[in-house]
Write a protein that binds this ligand. Sequence first.
Ligand code: ARG
Ligand code: ZN
Length: 872
Amino acid sequence: QLIKLEDYKETPYVIENVSLVFKLQPEATEVISTLTLSRREGTEVGAPLELDGDELTLVSVAIDRAVLAEEAYEASPKKLVVHTPPADTFKLEVVTKVNPTTNTKLEGLYLSQGIYCTQCEAEGFRRITYYYDRPDVLSVFTTRIEADKATNPILLGNGNPKDAEDIEGTDRHFAVWHDPHPKPAYLFALVAGDLACTSEKYTTASGKPVDLNIYVEKGNEDRTDWSMDSLVRSMRWDEKVFGREYDLDVFNIVAVSAFNMGAMENKGLNIFNDKFILADSDTATDMDYEGIETVVAHEYFHNWTGNRITCREWFQLCLKEGLTVFRDQEFSSDERSRPVKRIADVIRLKSRQFPEDQGPLSHPVRPTEYKEINNFYTATVYDKGAELVRMIKTILGADGFRKGMDLYFERHDGDASTIEDFLKCFEDANQLDLSHFSLWYHQSGTPFVKANGSYDEAAKTFTLELEQNTAATPGQDEKKPFFIPIRFGLVGPNGDDLAYTSVEGAHVDGDLLHLTEDKQTVVFQGIGSKPVPSLLREFSAPVKLESTLSREDQIFLMRHDIDPFNRWQATQTLMTELLIELTNGEEPAGKDAFIEALGHMAEDENLDYAFRGFGLMLPSEQDIALEIGKEVDTDAIGKARDAFSKEIGVTLYDTFKRIYDAMEMPATFSPDALSAGKRALKLRCLSYLGAAQTKESAALTKAHFDNADNMTDRMGALTVLVIWQLAGAQDALKAFEARHKDTALAMDKWLSIAARAPSEDAIAAIRTLTEHPAFSWDNPNRIYALIGGFLGGNTRGFHAADGSGYDYLAEITLQLDKTNPQVASRMAKSFGTWKNMNAERRVKAEAALKRILAADQQLSTDVKEIVELCLD
Ligand code: ARG
Ligand code: ZN
């Protein structure tokens, strides 16, 4: 069933108060929900009350303490309808029964390793009790949790703790939690279990004390230091940068091992995938440390952008997600190196969001229809959504942006809001019109921007011809021009930006140009010498820039641009051009000059270690496939990329070896940005040395693995050994397994590396790995590691010309759909690029997709929607 934004209507009744009692039992938990309801103004007296449910078993229903007669209501697993509710305020008491043990969808109330936990966003609360399960129904919740005391000594709910006592005459106890802040049901949470805890005291800027607690499975309590540290820094940062303080007496985080996504911002009780909480140097990589810092901050920041101000309906998801991703990116930029963080975020955007936006799953940041909301927690809503907020800041400047944000918090605190409300705040605070800009929220697709510059020596003018074009996307055939802020510089011969005396043809303010039409010719006056234009600095808009710069000019920017982002971008552009020509069997011009420039970049002591690590990284096979865009042959890409890596490795062998040998590492492990950057550069050098495939480099890589005193180095070296099939690879895999076999999160890394190993029969290898004790079809992290690692990291295997990868994906999509539709549909999204493949592969992919639809089983709305969109 298609849900449409235009159909939005308020509920006929208002829920003023919610009181919940949970009698927890592994297989039959009783939920007693008492709702204080009143008729909304404008609702007819006696209009039916219809509440959402999902797989619910009703025990009883009463109004104002009187049990309802059977003909007074209608109940199904999906719905409760009270035919003629009272005219005035009344109390509805509903008792339901749910089974946490068999809840394999991990939505609603479920058990993870003996721990009761919940996941209610987007529509999981209806799997607990009948409710108006939608974000615009805000209410004050009180929760009483009863459970067996021995197995569940810890009982947690939203808000502040109230009473807690033993239940006399039984071996059970209870705890009551009260959340004073009205909230929608998707922010409800409950946890019960035998958990270990680390705690810290925090005092807000205005002097309010807050107890911070991180709860984990017993035995993991010494792996929470970093997440606690990240939490404290996030809280401080939000006070300083956005003026936002925390608003309850306690802030609890719980880490569970079975969780569909990263984490969830439930009010006062964030629940996390343990991957984003647990870290120590032996089991977590530098990337894991960064990921934890980011996700802890993200969920914390939701307290204001998401919880205090929530969404009117799910079409507004980007209102909280895009904004909160922007906030977590800014936090990490302030904590670490801003340019390096920007590069990392753009790599992510281009590798995840660009393919989505250029294929059958393309949708606007603020969509207008969906069948299954869980399918719209996408890179477009999150990451492109963050880019749109970033553009607002770019256009308004830091002060104008802050004014708009202040007004947003002031005007909408306590509201369920919309993107229109949000944009209006920036307009009102700055007295300007963002209507053209707002198209970014509604029009999907990646705009392609073409730029062509020419210099007139005699007139001292530089002319920039700009053009934008967005290809049709599903449901949107005609595209209007976007409002594209382009940060730029005109780089003079000595590397400094040239100043212009005047400019015409576009609104230009300092180094910011507004491209607002399909085509614009911009003329800069008073340019004394021929510049090289550096466009889209800091990646000022989520567009694909097609530049007509020569390779020489690109190499010049790579060496001299004052914007580090564009130095990186120039490097990437060159690598991509060369790799595409190599894929086509051509011998590219300027290849040797480029490799030489790469060597300079590797050794440039003026550059950040992490920046150099990124700068030296070739685009992935998937990136190249997207860039080619049609009739893709993944084998040709893979071969070309391997050969080019090897050529770089051989040509710059001594350079890489010199850097590798000279790098001084701190005596003890520390996850700070500088140390992480050193490890990253050293490992990048190692990967090129490995690509050279010499005896010496194989031995060096194996030694790096053997001597590693932390997971970053161990995993980095293992990856090089396995990908390049160097001597010692098998031994290293065994050694890793022996060392980490009891640590699931560490074994996930092993699974993902093994899934990427080059192989004649990749599917047979994956099937064997699914039999490994470290793997389980019941835990999303294991599936994301092995199957996700294969789909995303083994391009040649997944897109094998014989269609075996597509067949396998169809098979596991169907299998997973029976237990966990969200995970199944996430995997199925890998079909999203099938139309870019060559005919041989397209035929196989299409057949696999059709096989899913034709299968003799009831498909979830999650999987069905994705497959249908892919086939459309
Ligand atoms: N709100 C959570 C976050 O981004 C994610 C919830 C995802 N839910 C889902 N059904 N996919 O912080
Ligand atoms: Zn979020």
